[in-house]
Design a protein around this ligand. Structure first.
Ligand SMILES: C[S@@+](CC[C@H](N)C(=O)[O-])C[C@H]1O[C@@H](n2cnc3c(N)ncnc32)[C@H](O)[C@@H]1O
Length: 257
C-alpha cells in the first residue's frame, strides 16, 4: 500500500524532523517492513502508532533506518592517498586544517582521520568535527571502545601507538579522543558550518535519492573554502563534479575550485 508508507513518512517527519522521502524508497521500505513484521505489526500505520508511544521502539526504528557499519581505515588505499597527497597539499596552503567527518557513525572514521593527521601535525593542533543523525552511535563514538574486527585495516603501529587493549577490546587513547568533537546533525536538514579545508563524507549518500544527493553536494561545496577537499566513499564517485564547482583531485577526492 503506497499511501500507508507515504503517511508514515509524513508522521515520522512531524515527529522527528527526519524526512524518509529523501532516502531511496525500495531499500528503506524493505528494511522497515522487515522490522515492523518482526515486532508483530501488519502495516506502517500500526507501526507508527506503536512508535509514537514507545521510546525504545523508536530507538530500534532509528537504529534500523540508519545503517551504522563502519571500520577504521575503511578502504585503506584511499586513506594512503589522503596521507601522502591530499594532506600535504592542504598543509602547503594552511598550517591548521578545519576538518569535518559527516555521518561519522560510531567514530572509526574521525579517529582514523585524527591518526592520519597526527603524522603531519601535533595532536594539539588537530580539530575534527564529527557529526551523525543518530544519538546512539554518537554515544558509542564518545566511549571509543572497539572490537578487534573494526581494526582489521588499521596499520599495526597506529593501533599500538593510540589504543589500549583489554582482551579483545581496544579503547582509543585520550590524546586522539580530544581531537574530535562529536555533534548531532542531520545532513538533510541542518545547517552546515565552515569554511572547511576537508570534508570526509563516506558511505551515506548511497542511501539518499538523486535529488537529496545533489543538494548535499551543493551544500558541501558551499561549506568548503576554495582549494578545500571533499573525500567520498569508494562507491560514491561524482560523475559531474563541475556542476558543484568541484574538480577531481584523485579518485574519490574532489577539490573545490
Ligand atoms: C554506513 S555509516 C557510514 C559511516 C562512515 N562514514 C564510514 O564510511 O564508515 C552511515 C551513517 O550515516 C548516518 N546517517 C544516515 N542518515 C543521515 C542523515 N540524514 N544525516 C546525518 N547522518 C546520517 C547513519 O546514522 C550512519 O551512522
Amino acid at each position: 500500500m503506497p499511501q500507508d508508507y507515504e503517511q508514515f513518512i509524513s508522521n515520522i517527519y512531524q515527529k522527528t524532523g527526519i524526512n524518509l522521502a529523501l532516502y531511496k524508497e525500495a531499500q528503506m521500505k524493505r528494511r522497515l517492513t522487515s522490522l515492523y513484521q518482526k515486532k508483530g505489526y501488519s502495516s506502517f500505520k500500526e507501526f507508527f502508532q506503536a512508535l509514537d508511544k514507545d521510546k525504545q521502539l523508536m530507538n530500534e526504528f532509528l537504529d534500523r533506518m540508519t545503517i551504522n557499519v563502519s571500520e577504521f581505515y575503511r578502504n585503506a588505499k584511499r586513506w594512503e592517498v589522503l596521507d601522502q597527497s591530499i594532506i600535504p597539499e592542504l598543509l602547503s596552503k594552511n598550517t591548521t586544517l578545519k576538518t569535518w567527518s559527516a555521518a561519522c557513525s560510531t567514530g572509526e572514521e574521525p579517529f582514523t582521520l585524527s591518526m592520519v593527521l597526527s603524522k603531519h601535525m601535533p595532536l594539539s593542533k588537530i580539530q575534527i568535527l564529527a557529526t551523525d543523525i543518530d544519538e546512539n552511535v554518537l554515544a558509542k563514538a564518545k566511549r571509543g571502545v572497539y572490537s578487534e574486527r573494526s581494526l582489521n585495516e588499521a596499520p599495526k603501529e597506529m593501533v599500538k601507538k593510540f589504543f589500549q587493549q583489554d582482551g579483545s577490546y581496544y579503547t582509543v587513547g585520550d590524546e586522539i579522543k580530544k581531537t574530535v568533537t562529536f555533534k548531532k546533525q542531520n545532513l538533510l536538514a541542518d545547517h552546515y558550518g565552515g569554511p572547511f579545508d576537508l570534508i570526509v563524507c563516506r558511505n551515506v549518500l548511497i542511501y539518499f535519492t538523486e535529488e537529496a544527493k545533489e543538494s548535499i553536494y551543493q551544500k558541501f561545496s558551499a561549506a568548503l573554502r576554495p582549494g578545500g577537499i571533499l573525500f567520498v566513499g569508494s562507491t560514491e564517485q561524482i560523475f559531474n563534479p563541475g556542476t558543484y564547482n568541484f574538480e577531481t583531485a584523485d579518485t574519490f577526492f574532489y577539490r573545490k575550485k
